[in-house]
Design a protein around this ligand. Structure first.
Ligand code: WTA
Length: 646
């Protein structure tokens, strides 16, 4: 077991929660959750009307409800209420694609822009409860349009800029979005991303989409469809900077965010107003030990849950200065994050292990060039962090003076569930350590028995609800129940494996279902397989994960070709192209092997266990293969795997 690291002195000095406080507060949060969350709800949120009941949850019905009867405006909490005391404080620092391309918005500026945008949405007929799709790069308009939706009670569905036209179309259709917000182009390092063209293909022939609003990020001209498409800049000029906040019920939807699961198409994870805002603001304050004067930089993309919760809603609800970063960690070189940190005097920095690995491999000179003395807290999220990457982050970036917070959570959980608290919990590299307040993790074996005590491994579940938990799968409540509550009655099933060590620390081992975590992006193997078959050259495909130095998990695809045994370069290109078209470049396989057949049981089930081992290069002991319909196929796959391009 790796060694544990004490809390650095300068972290300890300022921390809200000190070593002795954690156990006591945790006990209280578990023994009387309603009292605990009720107290925090009074402290963190301005309510228009108080609740009748703090929580009303029943996993046997997949029912999750918090603060019912209460009313609030999320946008008011993130903007208006700060105007009096923090009107001139910077709310958003935006660092563009080019180093030093900076724009800042005070809370007053942001309030004005959000009001104008909200009025624009209203002028285009968007009403409370309508769904709005947002397909934007990391520009201020992304945060502004989300808050504008919240202000008028519309439900946003942000779609990550790396998804293809087909993916956008599926998402728009699933939640029947009436309006789409995009930009003419996006900028990422040296590339221009044709966002508007992609949206044009996505919405072509869709009846539900009435309007497409377009930001001008570059000079590029794009085709504007008469009667449907409008330039945002031009429209905003006529909009008033005053717009009242729509007052919402605590359990009204706030947003939908699609995420991949084991089977079928991505699910629309639905989060609501009150509980989500409370949970993200409370965790933002305590997990990052956020103080009023801190500059906070979460380097995630807002297209994923991390950006929703910890760039936009949590920090703004707390009146923080939050930094939005448009570029990538290696542009113009591997020192970019540290350049940003030193110029903006960032105190809290939050990124993914994949980014840490990518820049660590370029050498420490990219870090040492910059003055990083402002840093106090360093966070990671998205995948297990390997010890080397953790130590590099701790020593080279943090100079052993910063707390590392390895935060475990999911799109479904809304906010962080297992994490160190910087001032209270000594860390161990690779462990997300202890549950946050109100969270009761449990580890079960495959029969659903709860494994009590320490030194146990199994499936990670959560026993009771917390305010940030998702409420349903949009339009399919049965799927919500089936996916999370049917396996182990009375528990929320996370899909991850975990170990609890002798000190009660949690070690997340990764997914146990058919979800891959590629560079911190969540992808379903079923989705990738169906995209591969879409290429037309493949009869059947099986996709598994394989270890990858930078991405954490790479994509390994076994493909059975139609009408022939061996494929050529053209087939490879067709397969990759199909995946890019159906899902997006993030899902492109790292490794494609043509195989004569897939290892299937007599009942026709693909034995993925074997395929995972072969992809790892671990072909010595494949376990029991006697139940296979045709065991000889395994030898052929092994032989082929030795020559495949990796
Ligand atoms: C994985 C991202 C280990 C995990 C916020 C989870 C992690 C999935 C960690 C959710 C961590 C996230 N250590 N694994 N600190 N954080 N994961 O929905 O497998 O994009 O189930 O949410 O990422 O990914 P999602």
């Amino acid at each position: 077991m790796s060694k544990s690291y004490d809390i650095p002195e300068r972290v300890l000095e300022r921390a809200y929660i000190k070593p002795g406080d954690y156990n006591e507060l945790y006990e209280e949060s578990i023994s009387n959750p309603d009292k605990f969350w009720g107290r925090l709800a009074e402290e963190f949120i301005s309510w228009e009307q108080k609740w009748d009941k703090v929580s009303d949850c029943d996993y046997s019905k997949a029912q999750v409800r918090w603060f019912e009867g209460a009313k609030l405006s999320v946008c008011y909490n993130c903007l208006d209420r700060h105007l009096e005391t923090r009107g001139d404080k910077t709310a958003i620092i935006w660092e563009g694609n080019e180093p030093g391309e900076v724009k800042s918005y005070t809370y007053r500026d942001l309030h004005r822009e959000v009001c104008r945008f909200a009025n624009l949405l209203k002028a285009q007929g968007v009403k409370r409860g309508d769904r709005v799709a947002i397909y934007l790069p990391m520009i201020p308009e992304l945060a502004i349009s989300m808050l504008a939706c919240a202000r008028i009670g519309a439900i946003h569905s942000v779609i990550f800029g790396g998804f293809s036209a087909d993916s956008i179309r599926d998402r728009i259709l699933d939640s029947t979005c009436k309006l789409v917000i995009t930009a003419n182009q996006g900028l990422r390092a040296n590339k221009k991303i044709p966002l508007k063209d992609t949206v044009d293909r996505a919405v072509d022939g869709l009846d539900c989409v009435e309007k497409v609003l377009v930001c001008r990020r570059t000079d590029a001209d794009v085709t504007m469809k008469e009667g449907r498409d409008l330039w945002i800049e031009e429209q905003l000029q006529n909009m008033s900077a005053e717009c009242p906040c729509e007052i919402m019920d605590a359990e009204d939807p706030l947003f939908i965010l699609y995420t991949s699961g084991s089977t079928g198409k991505p699910k629309g994870v639905l989060h609501t107003q009150g509980g989500y805002l409370l949970y993200t603001s409370v965790t933002h304050k305590y997990v990052f030990d956020y103080h009023e004067e801190d500059v906070y930089f979460c380097a995630a993309d807002i297209g994923w849950i991390t950006g929703h919760s910890y760039i936009v809603y949590g920090p703004l609800c707390n009146g923080a200065t939050t930094l939005m970063f448009e570029s990538i960690p290696t542009y113009p070189d591997a020192g970019r994050y540290w350049d940003v940190v030193s110029r903006h005097k960032v105190n809290i920095f939050y990124t993914a292990p994949t980014a840490i690995r990518a820049i660590a491999k370029e050498g420490r000179e990219y870090v040492d060039k910059y003055d990083l003395s402002s840093l106090r807290i360093l966070g990671t999220v998205g995948e297990p962090i390997n010890e080397d990457a953790w130590l590099w982050y701790y020593e080279v970036v943090g100079k052993k003076q910063c707390a590392i917070v390895d935060t475990w959570w999911q799109t479904e959980t809304g906010g962080i569930l297992i994490t160190p608290l910087p001032g209270a919990i000594p860390t161990k590299p690779g462990s997300a350590t202890k549950p946050f307040f109100g969270i009761k993790p449990c580890i079960v074996d495959s029969d659903g028995n709860r494994l009590e005590g320490n030194n146990v491994s199994g499936y990670l579940c959560i026993e009771r609800s917390w305010p940030g938990q998702m409420r349903t799968v949009y339009g399919d409540h049965q799927r919500f129940f089936d996916t999370y509550f049917s396996q182990y009655p009375g528990l929320y099933f996370t899909g991850d494996a975990a170990m609890r060590d002798q000190d009660g620390y949690y070690w997340i081992r990764g997914r146990v279902d058919d979800v891959l975590n590629v560079s911190g992006h969540r992808l379903g193997t079923a989705e990738i397989e169906s995209a591969i078959v879409h290429s037309g050259v493949v009869a059947e495909a099986a996709v598994v994960g394989m270890p990858h130095d930078i991405k954490g998990t790479g994509i390994y695809a076994y493909c059975v070709l139609k009408n022939k045994d061996s494929g050529d370069e053209e087939d490879l290109q067709k397969i990759k192209e199909a995946v890019r078209e159906v899902i997006g470049p993030i899902a492109t396989p790292d490794c494609i092997q043509f195989v004569p057949g897939l290892p299937k049981t007599r009942s026709g089930k693909i034995m993925r266990r074997i395929l995972r081992k072969i992809a790892r290069g671990d072909t010595e002991d494949l376990g029991d293969t006697t139940t296979l319909a045709d065991p000889s196929v395994v030898d052929q796959i092994i032989a082929g795997s030795k020559t495949v391009k990796r």
